[in-house]
Design a protein around this ligand. Sequence first.
Ligand code: SF4
Length: 381
Amino acid sequence: MSPAGLYLSVPFCRAKCSYCNFASDAFGPARMDAYVDRLCEEIAQAPAKASGMGATLPRDVDSVYFGGGTPSLLSAVHFQRIFEALQAVFSLQTDVELTLECAPGQLADDTLAELLRHGLNRVSLGVQSFVDQESRAVGRFHTKDVCLAEIARLRSAGVQEINVDLIAGLPHQTHESWRISLEQAAAADVPHVSVYMLEVDEESRLGRELIAGGVRYHAHHVPDDGLVAEMYLEACEFLGNNGIPQYEISNFARPGHASRHNLKYWKRLPYLGLGLDAHSMLGGWRFQNTDDLNAYLEGKAAPDPVVVTPHEALEEEVFLGLRLNEGILLPEDGPVVPVLQQLVREGLMQLQGERIALTPKGRLLSNDVFTELLGAGAFSL
Ligand code: SF4
């Protein structure tokens, strides 16, 4: 049985960024204490929950990922309790990849020390931009100098696996300023960079303002879609030319530094999500927790688990596999084959020996490609 990955969601932030569409918010210390209580309870109940649905929960764990939110805001005592709960249920492998998402400048010394004691070896920094005007405009608290100091501090504490998150499409961003962020990420010599394009939807203040055509939250300084697309393609080229090639639609890594945990999502390996709005895939089942904090704290029932049918499994294999630059094995037959061939002719996909993968243009338009595959009934069994 493959070892599992564990995702632990921590939905607390110092303040809500204008573009944020996650289930996260700013709450006081009492809420954090109650949340950690509930999280520890959920960890203890995980084996019974899995066996209740007929799924096997691996005891061996080779990746633990604290995401959010800003999990670096939890205290040393919180992490001590969470690790005690984890160790009572799971066996963390000696080479476990242990990642913490962290807002630059928001990780206390004693919290870092406690995490290092438990094997912290990877930190994902929510930089988003190395240009201070852009960070300020979306409500981030850090500056470029704080980000660089955080990278140096983590390295001297022994954490070498550092990811820098960047967003293309922030207010005030230009070709030139985007280049500054890319160059700074490469100059900082981090082994991993994630690049996201700004999402415009009704789940964020900035998204709502953009949809409404307003000017609050610097909405009138958001670059247009064409420029954002160019920035994304520039990131792919620039990072690749600087030794950080792309391996997934949004992720770039120096050789040997891809995220083990995130690869589980794209390769359909087992993972258990714990905490608010966390998703899981275990032994043919998918399930998720509620995204309502009060309901989660009260331990209210989450939506029922669903069995992944063979049809859905095939769809997932193709859609998730195509997110990776290595693509998928070219299917030998079935209705998917002519659709893939058409996408190759349109320059959205490319053949690589026995495999097929998205082209750079296909990665940019991946949602359209996936919609075309679905619309063509490409996965009828
Ligand atoms: S730090 Fe991250 S999770 Fe928190 S509000 Fe900002 S974008 Fe959202």
